[in-house]
Ligand binder design. Structure first.
Ligand code: HAH
Length: 336
């Protein structure tokens, strides 16, 4: 089981009970190693990898649900909500989906038939456990002339794959809230691209209910004003917002240092201030933000330990490597 959890510490989920759900990304290891923290502080989980296409549907006629099921059971046992992540993405998706038996690209009709069958099976299976889905993840391009990423989805099906994915998900579970989810969501150029995409989906009557802001942020970027502008812009579409993958890297994106064994005092201080500002903002927008999910639980494990710089340890959360609350935690909890 996880390490001792201080019983006198307020619970995040209680502190924000009148604001939004408090979530964490988990995997089959962290539901054991961080069980105490998860149960005490969080009322929502997301599978970090276990519901992704390659993990649940590795070949056309095999579905593998053991790991995802384990996470679903954990949520159920502890009365937590669960977010579904993710149905359509350009990463962690097997090649068979896009190819025929001879390895040539399939046509659009075949791709859509396969997508429908995948969504029916996965969304159908978790109908009673998963309350919302990141239906499409990261379809918008960061740069270049085209607003959409030139993924295999786009190459085979054009812009249409996005709307179809939402329609299939809605058919599979009419009660699920359906999200478009992306990173660099606060960057003004990408923000407008995401806004335009979601607006057009809404105007065409596509069943979409929310925008997911991944919020993989750093100590100095993006600027708080850009985050605020993004929240305002997406909220103006009349959809709910989820902060889906929050972490505050102690490094800027292009910092190549791999030698740190612990965060510096300056990093911890900046992180504290940054967490305070960000949660102040989230509180201010509690009417539009209905869930805030961290992309992990505590600093002993984060996907950022190897990304984007291999071998670079990171410390992005409110709980340290020994699962104790950091100064950042107290800034978030004690503000009024
Ligand atoms: C996210 N991509 C994914 O949504 C999530 O499924 C994965 O586990 C980790 C991060 C973020 C991302 C990024 O911040 C920069 C470049 C590519 C992808």
């Amino acid at each position: 089981m996880g390490q001792a959890v201080n019983e006198s510490v307020p619970r995040l989920r209680d502190v924000f009970a009148d604001h939004f759900l408090i979530g964490a990304a988990v995997n089959p290891r962290t539901i054991v190693s961080a069980a105490d923290l998860l149960v005490r502080h969080f009322n929502c989980i997301t599978a970090e990898n276990e519901m992704k296409f390659e993990r649940v549907h590795p070949t056309e006629d095999t579905y593998t649900f053991e790991d995802a099921d384990r996470l679903v059971r954990f949520a159920r046992e502890h009365g937590m909500r669960m977010r579904g992540h993710t149905l359509v993405w350009h990463n962690q998706t097997p090649n068979w989906l896009f190819e025929d038996r001879d390895g040539r690209p399939v046509d659009k009709a075949t791709l859509f038939a396969r997508l429908k069958s995948h969504i029916d099976t996965v969304v159908g299976r978790y109908k009673h456990d998963v309350f919302c889905w990141d239906v499409v993840n990261e379809a918008v391009a960061d740069g270049g002339d085209r607003p959409l990423r030139e993924s295999k989805w786009w190459q085979i099906a054009g812009d249409e794959f996005i709307a179809r994915a939402f329609e299939f998900a809605h058919e599979a579970d009419p009660d699920a809230l359906l999200f478009y989810n992306d990173y660099n969501e606060s960057h003004p150029v990408k923000r407008e691209r995401i806004y335009t995409l979601v607006k057009s989906l809404k105007e065409r009557g596509v069943p979409i209910h929310g925008v997911g802001l991944q919020a993989h942020w750093h100590l100095k970027s993006p600027a708080l004003d850009d985050i605020r502008a993004a929240i305002e812009r997406y909220a103006s579409l009349g959809l709910t917002l989820h902060i889906t993958e929050l972490d505050l890297s102690v490094f800027e994106w292009d910092d190549r240092r791999t030698d740190l064994k612990a965060p510096t005092a300056e990093m911890m201080e900046l992180q504290e201030q940054r967490y305070e500002q960000i949660f102040r903002l989230f509180r201010e927008y509690r009417d539009v933000i209905s869930c805030v999910t961290f992309w992990g639980v505590a600093d002993d494990y984060t996907w950022l330990d190897n990304f984007p710089v291999r071998g670079r340890k990171n410390w992005p959360f409110l709980f340290d490597e020994r699962h104790q609350p950091k100064p950042s935690f107290w800034k978030v909890v004690n503000q009024r």
